[in-house]
Design a binder for this molecule. Sequence first.
Ligand SMILES: Cc1cc2nc3c(=O)[nH]c(=O)nc-3n(C[C@H](O)[C@H](O)[C@H](O)COP(=O)(O)OP(=O)(O)OC[C@H]3O[C@@H](n4cnc5c(N)ncnc54)[C@H](O)[C@@H]3O)c2cc1C
Length: 504
Amino acid sequence: MLNNNTIKSITIVGGGTAGWMTAAALSRMLLAKNVSIKLVESEQIGTVGVGEATIPDIANFNRMLGIDEQEFLAATKGTFKLGIEFRDWGKLEDRYFHPFGAHGVDMNGIDFHQYWLHTKQHGNTAKLEDYSICSVAAKQSKFILPDNNPKSVLSHLRYAYHFDATAYAAYLRKYAELRDVIRIEGKIASVTTAQDSGNIQNVILENGQIIDADFFIDCSGFNALLLEKTLGVKYTDWSHWLPCNRAQAVASERIEPLPPFTISTAKKSGWQWRIPTQHRTGNGHIYCSDFISDDEANQVLLEGLDTKPLADARTIHFQTGCREQFWVKNCIGIGLSSGFLEPLESTSIFLIQQGISRFISLYPDGNMSEILKKEYNRLMSREFIQIRDFIILHYHATTRDDSPFWNYCRTMSIPDSLQHKIELFKAGGRVFRDDQELFSKASWIAVMLGQHIEPEVYEPILAGIPISEIQRSLDSMSSAMNQAVSQLPSHGEFIQKYVNGVRA
Ligand SMILES: Cc1cc2nc3c(=O)[nH]c(=O)nc-3n(C[C@H](O)[C@H](O)[C@H](O)COP(=O)(O)OP(=O)(O)OC[C@H]3O[C@@H](n4cnc5c(N)ncnc54)[C@H](O)[C@@H]3O)c2cc1C
């Protein structure tokens, strides 16, 4: 029952990364509002147990919680990530790096990559990524925190983390429980809704315990216990564009020297990730079961490992897409219950963050006005669609024709929104995006060029500048980066020193 027109109690269903991130954030943000928060999870069901690579926004989430970075890295066996190396995506035997942060420095209001394209036509053999500080450091397995001095080339470093997802959830559990979140262990057997409003009233555990609340957050993973099974919210299926529907994941021994980046290698019927953490390496093969059997996929995974596996691989089934609505009645879905985009650009944890922060910014009173729900649904839907397009780009913009899977991806129809971006880029190397869009101009450029979408013409204004002058500027940027990176410690050394003495 709602009381005094404010929400007095929230129940979170699920204790995976989504559940504990939500519990931690709400326990911090709603402290003053006097809301009781409960979280129900079932050890018997467990969590999906993957989700180890992130994008830089995760640091904002941790900062908002007041989490100490060193303590967090010690507790989650975390490492730093400067970007993703894509292998064999545009064509076989091909590599490119999608760094965090920009390439080079824009000059005279013209994007850096336009200068680079211009010099390339005049014989410059350096790659675009050779002008990215993240990429240069990653290639040498070096790392340091960004320099606060804006004049230093090292001030352009941007980073995210790789970590043990289970340890992160456990860390946040400790955090949330210290702030009065009550954890309830048990499997939910049924959910009751009010006859008049259709709102969720309570969840009932197998042992008969009844847990009611004013508001419910569905973090029950692919199960989508509240959003789908109770409230009947439909799923929009995006398998036409993103046909992969299975993953096999396995941990292997740690890699030396410890790389500060993720690797994504395109395979015949999907792709394989390699994520280095302090204690082990996370690996997984994402594939489409229409093109390869589970046994063959397992063989591909094991053949692609750089270090010895530590266990047998686990198979996870999924369908790419998202919910038609994310907030219905007195319930929102956060995490896998709300949708899934494969982890090619490590965006799922970011989507959890967005779900939480949008909920906080649209936090309702007991009336739960429809306009708040509408806005939340609009914003989350837009976020999923924008990320979807960026991921489709990797699959579609390829010249690979060595398997039925790649023939399908290369020739499939793509969303108009993506088609438009590609055509604009081809016409002059330009990228236009929404202000709110997650992936920056630099990211679009890195992937478009990396996947061999070459602009037909370059920025015409550059024709008036002598090529030798442009090349000199580029050379000086590149040598400043190489000089700075040569002084840096290795990523492994940095981690050891940074988390040394910090209690996990
Ligand atoms: C193959 C793969 C790789 C991924 N890699 C990345 C990555 O690199 N980066 C990234 O950002 N994201 C990644 N993700 C996504 C990431 O794993 C998820 O976004 C994240 O783990 C959140 O999951 P979740 O908490 O929503 O669900 P889950 O971890 O599945 O948790 C669901 C919770 O609900 C509980 N539950 C369910 N039903 C009931 C019930 N009836 N009663 C009680 N409790 C119940 C479960 O016990 C569990 O606690 C990946 C996902 C997959 C599938």
